[in-house]
Design a protein around this ligand. Structure first.
Ligand SMILES: Nc1ncnc2c1ncn2[C@@H]1O[C@H](COP(=O)(O)OP(=O)(O)OP(=O)(O)O)[C@@H](O)[C@H]1O
Ligand SMILES: [Mg+2]
Length: 273
């Protein structure tokens, strides 16, 4: 018998209440997902379809109303085996960039010499060595995001949950970071669950794309991506299978948004979905 996958999400539902009128929001409905070892999974879907909620559930920050999440065979709890890059960066304002990045290693009791080496390595990787001694408020949005990324990578977790980690980077830095992330991951494989709104980014990085839809938040399709790696040269975007997959995903997302009455782009259109 095969061992259970490291992350098993089975039949999970979660309903929130809107603060405004206490009306219910079905953030996740009957979501099931397995994350296998050494796989890079991207989570794609329109705003409000429950991507962040799913990540927070896998990290143990919120509990499902029904269904079950198991991480390494147990209910999840935040800790060093799971790294989290939050959609909002959540840097600690009174610590310098260097100390923000090293914070998790201090908690783990890693010795000072190794801690310094690892912090320097990851600061360099995200291009922030020169800003190691400044405080978060002195950084641009993109720099804060890179600091948050270094902070999550530095503990070298077995599972890395990344909530739109490149969203506030400019286009060039974003591509560089995609390349670095893929290089790093190919050298030291782990489970990555990576949320993005960019269809190109989802295709370029993933072994598997999980497409989610809103109201209720659910998984609508899971697609294995078999494009050869590495994928960082520009030709990949010209391959026929890349273009077709990209077009397919775009259409699915467009349909979902146009069919969603609460979306600004609602047209009532009801293509098959
Ligand atoms: N703590 C909460 N209280 C009330 N409603 C919530 C809460 N957290 C999330 N929601 C609602 O649940 C739904 C899913 O939210 P979630 O943040 O998971 O979506 P998302 O897919 O990450 O969206 P985005 O792409 O905009 O980040 C949304 O309608 C959101 O308003
Ligand atoms: Mg989100």
């Amino acid at each position: 018998m095969n061992p259970a996958p490291p992350v098993v999400v089975s039949g999970v539902s979660k309903t929130f209440q809107r603060a405004r009128d206490r009306s219910p929001v079905e953030a996740l409905k009957d979501v099931s997902l397995n994350l296998r070892a050494n796989t890079f999974v991207t989570l794609l879907g329109p705003s409000g379809c429950g991507k962040t909620t799913l990540l927070r559930m896998i990290n143990g920050l919120i509990k499902p109303d029904s269904g079950q999440v198991l991480v390494f065979g147990e209910p999840p709890k935040p800790g060093p085996r799971i790294g989290f890059v939050f959609q909002s960066f959540r840097l600690i304002p009174w610590l310098t960039v260097r100390n923000n990045v090293g914070f998790g290693l201090s908690l783990q009791g890693v010795d000072q010499g190794e801690k310094n080496d690892r912090v320097e390595y990851y600061l360099k990787l995200v291009g922030l060595s020169r800003f190691a001694d400044v405080y978060p408020h002195e950084l641009s949005g993109g720099m804060k995001q890179r600091a948050a990324l270094a902070r999550a990578l530095v503990t070298e977790p077995e599972i890395l949950l990344m909530d739109e980690p490149f969203a506030s980077l400019d286009a060039q830095v974003r591509e560089l970071m995609q390349m670095e992330m893929m290089r790093l991951w190919s050298e030291r494989k782990s489970i990555v669950l990576f949320v993005t709104h960019s269809v190109d980014e989802a295709v370029i990085m993933a072994d598997q794309i999980v497409l989610m839809g809103p109201r209720p938040g659910r998984i609508v399709e899971t697609i294995d991506v078999t494009l050869p790696r590495p994928r960082w040269d520009a030709e990949i975007r010209m391959r026929r299978d890349f273009v077709e997959l990209r077009g397919y995903l775009w259409n699915r997302i467009r349909e979902m948004v146009m069919r969603d009455p609460s979306s600004d782009f609602y047209t009532g259109e009801s293509d098959s979905i």
